[in-house]
Ligand binder design. Structure first.
Ligand SMILES: [Zn+2]
Length: 312
């Protein structure tokens, strides 16, 4: 099961306790997924969901909050690949118009025009419920083991802008981008994703996310330490390779006599112990030499070799 499916599953089973929040969440679930079908004078609300638990939630909220009888059926659809969607349907009559208006599905004149209904969002509890509904119907979150990413994909610029505003009121900073014909609200920062999960009430997912994040940051620390040590070792080896080449250059050209007596002992040690650091070479010398003393002598060896290599 993907992490996104896990989060959606958790949120679908979370039922708002207050009526105000129930209406807000239902409005968000419907506003992004509903069409009104008029068949021979019979108006039917039809909302489509990819997740069965979400469809059941819409079904229950319609019944509990508005006493609207509904049905849920599963339909096989062929989009890019075969998918199963869950269709919630409810037959409406004249008296139900006020419900559609309250949920933000129709405008003043009864025309179908899904919008975020700010009247439902006066309280923070309701704003959180609305955001939960929006994520449930259009949200996606990447597994925390990879790159941090959460998004809500919308096909209506008005609703996208309104959701961005709603998130800002909940202190969630999201960004808005366009992808083909869709608007995408997204969050890349782990901290903000954690805040988002907390805000919509996905506490189990929040714990899982944080656990992975802790393991990842520990692993990064270990890697940084290892990288640091590897880099130092690589530097020592690079220098050693260069020094050995210089010494061999001198010896090839002039024999060991080409190396001044004071440097000869060090040159021999270098050839014999290519992996040793300057400090270690210094300790092997008689009398012992400090690291900077060794470095100084090495530089002189390199200078002599460079003289040899200079074009006449
Ligand atoms: Zn509320």
């Amino acid at each position: 099961m993907s992490f996104a499916t896990q989060v959606r599953g958790e949120l679908a089973r979370l039922y708002p306790e207050r009526m105000c929040c129930g209406k807000a969440e239902l409005a968000a679930l419907l506003v992004l997924n509903t069409s009104l079908v008029n068949e021979e004078g019979q108006l039917t609300l039809a909302a489509e969901f990819e997740n069965a638990a979400t469809a059941r939630k819409v079904f229950s909220l319609l019944k509990e909050l508005y006493a609207l009888p509904a049905t849920v059926s599963s339909v096989e659809k062929r989009r890019f690949r075969k998918t199963r969607v869950y269709l919630v349907k409810s037959d409406l009559n004249e008296t139900n118009h006020e419900i559609l208006r309250e949920l933000g599905l129709v405008n003043h004149y009864g025309k179908f025009m899904p919008r975020v209904r700010w009247k439902l969002l006066n309280r923070n509890c309701c704003r959180r419920a609305y955001l939960r509904g929006a994520f449930l119907s259009r949200g996606f979150i990447s597994r925390p083991e990879g790159n941090y990413h959460l998004e809500i994909v919308l096909n209506d610029a008005h609703i996208a802008a309104a959701l961005l505003k709603l998130m800002a009121r909940l202190n969630l900073e999201a960004r808005l981008t366009e992808r083909k014909a869709s608007q995408v609200l997204y969050i890349k920062e782990a901290e903000t994703i954690v805040d988002f999960l907390r805000t919509v009430g996905a506490s189990k997912a929040l714990l899982d996310f944080e656990n992975v994040r802790i393991v990842k940051s520990m692993r990064n620390n270990v890697n940084r330490q290892v990288n640091f040590e590897t880099a130092n070792l690589a530097k020592t080896v690079d220098a050693s390779v260069r020094q050995i080449a210089c010494i061999k250059q001198i010896v090839d050209s002039y024999g060991w006599d080409g190396i001044p007596a004071g440097l000869r002992n060090l040159a021999e040690l270098r050839l014999e112990f290519p992996d040793s650091s300057l400090r270690e070479l210094g300790e092997m010398m008689v009398p012992p030499l400090t690291k900077s003393g060794v470095a100084h002598r090495m530089r002189r060896l390199e200078e002599i070799a460079e003289q040899i290599m200079l074009p006449e």
